[in-house]
Ligand binder design. Structure first.
Ligand code: ATP
Length: 234
């Protein structure tokens, strides 16, 4: 279980997170939704160790993450799929996947997990020798997810996987997220596409200017009038 308590993060004078509390139970899909600039990416980046917190705590299985180096957090089983994919455009699909396993030494396990990723994304297998930069946006997102899976995470965090993708491709990506979760990976998903995210998630949190303003099951939030008005365009 990932547990965030009273987390504050500032960038210079900007107080990006103002005391958020959030829980991601094992085996679930949790989403954090909110407008541009609400602080969603900051939350993920702080969990990953990329951004320093000012105060508060983030524990995973009871261990404090704040202050740990990035590789330690990865070793604890937490991987992130960053916003905008950030795959390596001059490397092949297969090379990109192998980079996701850079902390591992178990050759046989890595080989098995490449096959696992290919079974989740047959399209990547067909294109294993293609350069990352020549993939479509949806394929690049699949590759970014595949690369994160290559660290064999227990918790996978995703920053706006639907950004810039066509609706049909977005649907595919969310189907894959559910499948990965069914195979035992816990998911923390941040999204501006609140509709898809809440339909997919077990629990949701609404973040507004650095504070959690609402929380509930995905279904409860989908039916919430304030959420409908602000995030679902109804
Ligand atoms: P988006 O969906 O646009 O990425 P977000 O909800 O993820 O938005 P954050 O990127 O976490 O929001 O940003 C929260 C606030 O912190 C914003 O006001 C943003 O301008 C500010 N911020 C983010 N990163 C930095 C940084 N490196 N330096 C200074 N301010 C930052």
């Amino acid at each position: 279980m990932l547990k965030i308590k009273d987390l504050h993060v500032s960038y210079g004078g900007i107080h990006a997170l103002r005391g958020i509390d959030l829980e991601v139970p094992d085996g679930k899909i949790v989403t954090l939704i909110g407008a541009n600039g609400a602080g969603k990416s900051t939350a993920l980046r702080t969990i990953s160790g990329l951004v320093k917190a000012e105060s508060g705590s983030i524990t995973y299985d009871g261990k404090e993450l704040l202050g740990q180096p990035i590789y330690k957090i990865l070793e604890m089983g937490i991987a992130m799929v960053p916003e905008g994919r950030r795959i390596l455009t001059n490397l092949t699909v297969l090379e990109n996947l192998k980079i996701g396993a850079y902390l591992r030494k178990d050759k046989a396990g890595i080989e098995r997990d490449i096959q696992w990723v290919y079974s989740l994304f047959p399209r990547l297998q067909e294109r294993s020798w293609q350069l990352g930069g020549t993939l479509s946006g949806g394929e690049q997102q699949m590759l970014a997810v595949g690369r994160a899976l290559m660290s064999r995470p227990k918790l996978m965090m995703m920053d706006e996987p639907s950004l810039g993708l066509a609706p049909l491709v977005v649907r595919d990506i969310f189907e894959i997220i559910k499948e990965i979760n069914r195979q035992g990976v816990t998911v923390l998903l941040i999204e501006q596409n609140a509709n898809m995210a809440l339909k997919t998630a077990d629990y949701g949190y609404v973040l507004e200017t650095g504070q959690i303003t609402l929380t509930g099951t995905g279904r409860e939030l989908l039916a919430n009038e304030a959420v409908k008005k602000a995030y679902l365009g109804e």
